[in-house]
Design a binder for this molecule. Structure first.
Ligand SMILES: [Zn+2]
Ligand SMILES: [Zn+2]
Length: 308
């Protein structure tokens, strides 16, 4: 496991909820998948009320691994839990992987830091469980700057008379890990690999591959066409890919993937299911173009949708 510069950003306490591991006692019946993919936000920078900012959970044995934190991420996770009756808790997002630092993928980062911190009991064990965030160079500075921006909130909540003024109550604990491409994280449930993708002028933009006990899932992040997606997926179970619609202009061409290019990606990657996110609408035309070159299922994901 490779880790480049680990920036441990400490402010005083709190947050999280303990992770619920495999507590669902299942009865007889067909074995259920240990891995679910939960779409929290399937939108892009436009303020579409039906599509929140990019955020996806890979849920393994009911432990959530979050990819990107678009706007509304924690409330979207709470909504997905309720809508799909997931045996998870809204404050349990403690592992996050950031593809790149564009605002639409990070506007919910402050929410991810502060909403759980503000809501778990200040004297509970989960109040001192850190948020672990992995992402490109610049993530450490973003973390420090967000904590600095809310320094007054932390001070007032943790001081006498504040909502978290119990003895020894610190501010949120965030460990941000700036990573290079390669295997960036490993535990009993997942191995996470970051790979570089071309995204306009961003020097560091990643896609991620999650290998779990029963699934391989590739999430493209924001990317122009790249053969790297085909190499990383290579017959994977779920390929979650951005774009697939056509837009004019140099920015789109160098930053995103149009429908014809996505058809090529799908043919090279051969996923069992191709899931489109980072969308702006129903994208019927894009799906038609992709299906003309790719025989597998092509699904335009909706917010809160779950794939197994
Ligand atoms: Zn984006
Ligand atoms: Zn972007």
């Amino acid at each position: 496991m490779k880790k480049l510069s680990t920036t441990a950003v400490l402010m005083l306490v709190s947050v999280a909820s303990s992770v619920v591991i495999g507590q669902e006692a299942r009865g007889q019946g067909p074995p259920r998948s240990r891995t679910k993919l939960v779409m929290l936000g399937t939108g892009n920078p436009s303020p579409n009320p039906d599509r929140f900012g990019p955020a996806t959970v890979v849920l393994v044995d009911n432990v959530p691994y979050l990819v990107d934190c678009g706007v509304g991420v924690v409330r979207r996770w709470a909504a997905a839990i309720r809508a799909n009756k997931l045996p998870s808790r809204p404050l349990d997002l403690k592992m996050a992987f950031i593809t790149h630092l564009h605002t639409d993928h990070t506007l919910g980062f402050a929410e991810l830091i502060f909403t759980p911190w503000t809501n778990v009991p200040a004297n509970s064990p989960e109040a001192v469980r850190p948020l672990e965030v992995f992402g490109p160079p610049g993530l450490g500075a973003m973390t420090r700057n967000l904590l600095a921006a809310y320094a007054d909130d932390i001070r007032i909540r943790t001081s006498e008379g504040g909502s978290r003024a119990l003895s020894g109550s610190p501010g949120p604990i965030v460990n941000s890990h700036e990573v290079a491409a390669g295997e960036i994280y490993h535990d009993d449930r997942v191995t996470v690999t970051a790979f570089r993708v071309p995204h306009g002028n961003w020097e560091h933009a990643y896609g991620f591959r999650f290998r779990t006990p029963d699934k391989t899932i590739v999430i493209s992040g924001d990317t122009a066409y790249t053969s790297e997606i085909g190499r990383q997926c290579n017959g994977c179970d779920l390929l979650v890919h951005e774009g697939g619609f056509n837009e004019e202009g140099a920015y789109f061409r160098t930053s995103h993937t149009n429908a014809e290019e996505l058809a090529r990606v799908a043919a090279e990657a051969r996923p069992r299911q191709l899931i489109l996110y980072h969308q702006r609408g129903a994208n019927e035309e894009g799906v038609r173009i992709i299906r003309s070159k790719f025989a597998g299922p092509v699904i335009v994901a909706a917010d809160l949708q779950v794939f197994e």
